[in-house]
Ligand binder design. Structure first.
Ligand code: EPZ
Length: 428
């Protein structure tokens, strides 16, 4: 398995182009199932998860042609003129849980779906019960058998309904929203997730002819239509990648210009980083953020992860790496997932002083972390270890870096261009 070798201790200086958001691109790709006409997506990131979703869609009959460009110039045309298969098999779904997002579109378009239960992952059991309840609220009959979700719409198709999520679910909101666009009548989704990726999906569906009110709020009202047409749509910048590289500037005491992103996407993250002592300036003309830590130490702050607009769980591991080198203590509480502290023992191997009590971690900052061989355990934990290694004087080796490939486009190249001594070595 590949490893990443980092010789840290240098402030990062330079520019990084932020890619399109993985967590927006995945539902947007699934939305291509809703129309027989082409959906053209631009700014699609080149990531393992995107490739996995492409394989799922192609197995269902979607034709996908990409121009091979990267970043804003990338264009992928996805056309589901005819859906030839309504089953998403275990061997594809288990590789990437977000494959379950084909459930709503298949039910809405074809009236039937057989989708493997995604199963858990490193950070938690991650059930999809709320997705299934939402489909049932739209009239679908749901059976679970042999590890598969067997879903069937009424003969006349899905019918609008009242969906009330007991707690916020990003994927559940996305499946419900996509299914409701073709359900006859009115659907209301209450306690809907408000993440920017949901807004991006809703805006794309509207561009395809869907009727959606309340976009950006926790109550979405959808009036079903008989069909959706094609559209051209640009994937929103990745707010988690933005936050991750902002931490890279802070933890190395450098200055990074993050291009192709927006401050409003990282509202709660920027608030916390500024509270820590990080400078963040936005240039709306140039569509970029400049992040630096030039004066004084990083101060410890307390955070609790929450649904948007709260502090995102996907930034928890990255902030912990920063807090590990801060002046003072911080308490980090993970309220979304039940097992999202696997980066803690690895950070402790690098000299961090962190104690976990239930869903909270007490972090006592140390002057400097030490280089060490460490192991990535999940996507955001892996980038947390990269950030920690960048702050140390010496060489760290990070193994199982395939986790990084899922969510960070060209990370070693982007960091090396800003002065990081980082290389990826291919091991057998
Ligand atoms: C999305 O996952 C993101 N993934 C995750 O990002 C992110 O951490 C998460 O939202 C929270 O923001 C994608 O968008 C592809 P949820 P999702 O449904 O939709 C429980 C990353 O690092 N739940 O909002 O699966 C669930 O177990 C990834 O990029 C149920 O109990 O998250 C969790 O505790 C990691 N039943 C909580 O709700 C359900 O039916 C939030 O999950 C659904 C969810």
């Amino acid at each position: 398995m590949d490893q990443i070798i980092i010789r840290g201790g240098r402030p990062l200086e330079g520019e990084i182009q932020i890619s399109g958001a993985k967590n927006a691109a995945l539902p947007l790709m699934a939305a291509s199932l809703l129309s027989a006409e082409p959906l053209i997506l631009t700014n699609l990131p080149d990531l393992a998860d995107i490739t996995s979703m492409r394989h799922v869609l192609e197995s269902l009959g979607t034709n996908i042609q990409c121009n091979g460009e990267q970043g804003p110039d990338s264009t992928c045309t996805m056309q589901s003129a005819t859906i030839t298969e309504t089953m998403a098999p275990y061997d594809l779904v288990r590789k990437m849980r977000a494959s379950v997002l084909v459930l709503g579109p298949l039910l809405a378009r074809e009236g039937h779906a057989r989708v493997s239960l995604p199963g858990g992952c490193a950070i938690g059991t991650r059930p999809v019960d709320l997705h299934l309840k939402a489909m049932a609220q739209l009239g679908a009959k749901i059976n679970l058998e042999d590890g598969y979700i067997e879903a069937t719409a009424p003969d006349g198709g899905l019918t609008g309904g009242q969906i009330v999520f007991p707690f916020v679910t990003v994927g559940g909101t996305e499946n419900a929203l996509m299914a409701a666009t073709l359900a006859s009548g009115e659907t209301t989704i209450s306690n809907a997730a408000r993440e920017p990726e949901i807004t991006d999906l809703a805006n794309c569906l509207v561009a395809m002819g869907a009727k959606i009110d309340g976009i950006g709020s926790d109550t979405l009202k959808i009036t079903g239509v008989s069909s959706l047409h094609g559209a051209r749509y640009a994937v929103v910048p990745d707010r988690i990648e933005t936050g991750s590289y902002a931490v890279a500037a802070a933890i190395t005491g450098g200055c990074l210009k993050l291009k192709g992103t927006r401050l409003d996407l990282i509202g709660s993250v920027s608030d916390i980083l500024r509270e820590c002592g990080v400078d963040i300036e936005e240039d709306t003309q140039q569509n970029c953020l400049t992040v630096s830590r030039t004066n004084g130490p990083i101060r410890g702050v307390d955070i609790i992860t929450e649904p948007y607009p709260g502090f995102p769980t996907d930034m928890q591991a990255q902030l912990m790496a920063l807090m590990a080198t801060a002046t003072g203590a911080s308490m980090i509480t993970e309220s979304i997932f039940e097992n999202r502290f696997m980066h803690v023992p690895e950070l402790c191997r690098m000299g961090a002083n962190i104690n976990v009590h239930g869903s909270s971690a007490i972090v006592r900052g140390v002057d400097r972390l030490s280089p060490a061989p460490v192991m990535a355990t999940d996507l955001r934990a892996s980038v947390s270890l990269v950030l920690a290694a960048l702050s140390t004087q010496g060489e760290s080796v990070i193994s199982r870096v395939y986790h990084l490939d899922r969510g960070y486009e060209h990370l070693p190249e982007k960091l090396a261009a800003c002065g990081a001594q980082i290389t990826r070595v291919r091991n057998s």
